[in-house]
Design a protein around this ligand. Structure first.
Ligand SMILES: *Cc1c(COP(=O)(O)O)cnc(C)c1O
Length: 337
């Protein structure tokens, strides 16, 4: 919300990838719309030409997720950055799933990165948090008329012109002095401490998450009780080519797969798991699993589920850092049941 609202206000327009986290979709499509900010959602596979046709004179930014939760689609960062820059606006990407261990979006042209630190960065599900990271690379003064909040005096802050006083830090200083002052979202010292402790092992955990997820995905690919597996690390996955480019060393620990037998079999499978915890949370050190059709999306029938991009048999598994043989054994015994 801060990453967008810092440079867009009532009457402005945003372009966003449609493959994004549900909470972010609601924020942009409903809450921010009520505040007068309109958004055009585009398929991440959109052609460069079609993407360009979506820009309007009042477009202020482009937004997407590097690795979408839960669709697991990879954003072609270069394609989106090129279009955004051609139209004088920054590209903001949510890098929650790959984390900076596996992807550094600035190197591909993104200008601003957001993270839910609640996920891998914290790692242990003990505090909620978020971060906005500005590369300082976007030249706001070049498109001064589009970003008056950064390039004209802010009367609420001693008439400061952020680009003049803070240069490359203009965007992030405006956010802390202005939005955080007026709206809050200041993390408590205790929660900041938890995050700091978690970050110290991020590089070790991410490698293990990926290694474990890849091993489980490869195992499930051959399993007779599994109808499909989605994980960009698999060679025949629809996202594998983009993964080789943007996530060459790994992606994350989240995979999704279908259980033969549909919704009912999936419920039985979930009930039979012993090690994996059934929770909506993802990206935790412990293996967590979710069956949207019987939990978060329970109110929907099969047709509605498919329209929402969630098949009735879909299991989302956030593979943890436990011994991979224990994870595989748990999944196998539950599939057997
Ligand atoms: C969970 C999640 C969020 C929201 O984060 P919270 O910390 O739960 O508010 C945003 N983006 C992505 C990709 C997420 O997975």
């Amino acid at each position: 919300f801060y990453a967008i609202f810092n440079i867009a206000s009532a009457g402005d327009h945003v372009i966003a990838s449609s493959a994004i986290y549900g909470g972010t979709y609601n924020l942009i499509a409903k809450t921010m719309k009520n505040m007068g900010i309109e958004t055009t959602f585009v398929d991440p596979d959109i052609s460069a030409e079609d993407l360009e046709s979506k820009f309007r004179p009042n477009t202020k930014l482009v937004f997407g997720e590097v690795l979408a939760n839960p669709a697991l689609k990879i954003l072609d960062i270069k394609k989106f950055a090129k279009a955004a820059h051609k139209h004088g606006v920054p590209l903001i990407v949510d890098n929650t799933f790959p984390t900076p261990i596996f992807c550094r979006p600035f190197e591909w042209g993104a200008d601003i990165v957001t993270h839910s630190t609640t996920k891998y960065m914290n790692g242990f599900a003990n505090s909620v948090g978020g971060a906005v990271v500005d590369s300082g690379n976007f030249d706001w003064t070049k498109y001064s008329e589009k970003f008056p909040g950064l390039t004209t005096p802010d009367e609420t802050y001693h008439g400061t012109v952020y680009t003049e006083s803070f240069g490359k830090a203009a965007y992030i200083v405006k956010m802390t002095t202005n939005l955080m002052r007026d709206l809050g979202s200041i993390p408590s010292p205790q929660n900041s401490f938890y995050l700091g402790v978690g970050l110290e092992t991020l590089h070790l955990r991410m490698e293990r998450h990926y290694e474990n997820a890849l091993a489980l995905a490869k195992h499930l690919e051959k399993h007779p009780k599994v109808s499909w597996v989605s994980f960009s690390g698999l060679e025949n996955d629809s996202q594998h080519e983009l993964a080789k480019k943007y996530l060459p060393k790994g992606s994350c620990g989240v995979i999704s797969f279908g259980v033969v037998g549909g919704r009912e079999a999936a419920v039985k499978f979930m009930d039979s798991l012993k090690l994996a915890a059934i929770v909506t949370h993802v990206a935790d050190a412990r293996t967590c699993v979710l069956h949207p059709a019987s939990t978060t999306h329970r109110q929907m029938n099969d047709e509605e589920l498919l329209a929402a991009g969630v098949s009735p048999d879909l299991i989302r598994m956030s593979v943890g850092i436990e011994d991979v043989q224990d994870i595989i054994a748990d999944v196998d015994q539950a599939l057997e049941k």
